[in-house]
Design a protein around this ligand. Structure first.
Ligand SMILES: C[S@@+](CC[C@H](N)C(=O)[O-])C[C@H]1O[C@@H](n2cnc3c(N)ncnc32)[C@H](O)[C@@H]1O
Length: 311
């Protein structure tokens, strides 16, 4: 079996934080190449099972083949993990022992030129994880006005030249449509110059991808639903690859771990609250130098984990 689809990140730590019950039911919300799922199944008992989500039908087919030897223990769901609760209830699963979210796109998706995620190869500006969705990168580039483009380039890409790039895109597209990722990269290069083109392209492409796939909203929604779907002592493990995602996870875990609600006044006592989560990681867990040397994608990975309590 071809395992080069995507090298899973922080596998040891994922298993350490996620697995609490050898015969449990685990959700892999981002199945990808199935690397994490395979490792979880190998380390658990014969009755352990996985419900694996992916928006990308191609990834799901690949993971299904890779996990074929665990027949009957893997259920594949072609869906956004933001529909977690509904799918679990349709499968008759009330509570699970763990949820893993390894966010973003896989190396396979980036390396496949036809998906349009990469500025290194020319292709239609697509960037959809789910190819059944009609809204794509070209829609963002052609339909958003300067303010909206600037906003996503700033907030999802942290790009300093956001407004200048947005203006140039609107200028050029008014004369002729931007067909390819190479056209987009050329505009970015013309604005920021040769020296900065690689970094700016990486930031702008990331921003468009996040917008196309609604990544921030999906993450917030899945985090909320994790509280309804994790059993007592169940764990949620999230690996994020950029600061905005990590902040969402950090704040959600922190808020749900609170034992009181601040009154906001020094004479009024804080209101006690039953926490829903217990933090397992204070600071995010990072990959070591050895892993980063073997898998550069691990460089930006941040893992946070928490345990469901208070049920
Ligand atoms: C980083 S890869 C996961 C790799 C996987 N852990 C492995 O071991 O191979 C992320 C995967 O999650 C999928 N994905 C991202 N956001 C998703 C969402 N909201 N719902 C379902 N799948 C999603 C992507 O299509 C991609 O295949």
């Amino acid at each position: 079996m071809d395992t080069s689809f995507h090298t899973p990140v922080l596998v040891e730590k994922v298993c350490e934080y996620l697995i609490t019950e050898p015969d449990g039911v685990y959700v892999d919300g981002t199945l990808g190449g199935g690397g994490h799922a395979e490792e979880i199944l190998l380390r658990c008992g014969p009755r352990c099972s996985i419900v694996g989500f992916d928006r990308d039908a191609d990834a799901l087919a690949h993971a299904g083949a890779r996990l074929g030897r665990f027949a009957g223990r893997v259920r594949l769901v072609h869906s956004n993990f933001s529909a977690l609760r509904d799918h679990l209830s349709r499968l008759g699963i009330a509570r699970v022992n763990g949820i893993l979210l390894d966010l973003g796109v896989s190396s396979r998706q980036i390396d496949d030129a036809s998906r349009g995620f990469s500025f290194q190869q020319s292709a239609r500006i697509d960037m959809r994880m789910d190819r059944a969705q009609s809204f794509d990168g070209s829609s963002v580039i052609h339909k958003y006005d300067v303010d909206r483009l600037t906003e996503i380039f700033r907030s999802y890409g942290e790009e300093k030249a956001a407004r200048r790039i947005a203006r140039r895109i609107v200028d050029v597209r008014d004369r002729q449509p931007l067909e390819t990722t190479a056209d987009l990269a050329a505009i970015i290069g013309a604005v920021v110059g040769k020296q900065f083109v690689q970094k700016s392209c990486a930031r702008i492409f990331q921003a468009v991808r996040i917008e196309v796939n609604g990544e921030m909203e999906n993450l917030k929604s899945a985090l909320k639903q994790s509280l309804d779907t994790l059993g007592q002592g169940g764990r949620i493990v999230v690996i994020s690859y950029h600061s905005l995602e990590d902040r969402i996870v950090k704040n959600f875990f922190r808020d749900e771990a609170r034992t009181s609600i601040p009154s906001g006044h020094r004479l009024v006592p804080d209101e006690p609250r039953i926490p829903g989560l217990r933090l397992l990681t204070g600071k995010p867990v990072l990959a070591g130098d050895g892993e980063v040397a073997l898998n550069p994608r691990a460089r930006s990975a941040k893992l946070r984990a928490a345990e469901r309590i208070g049920l």
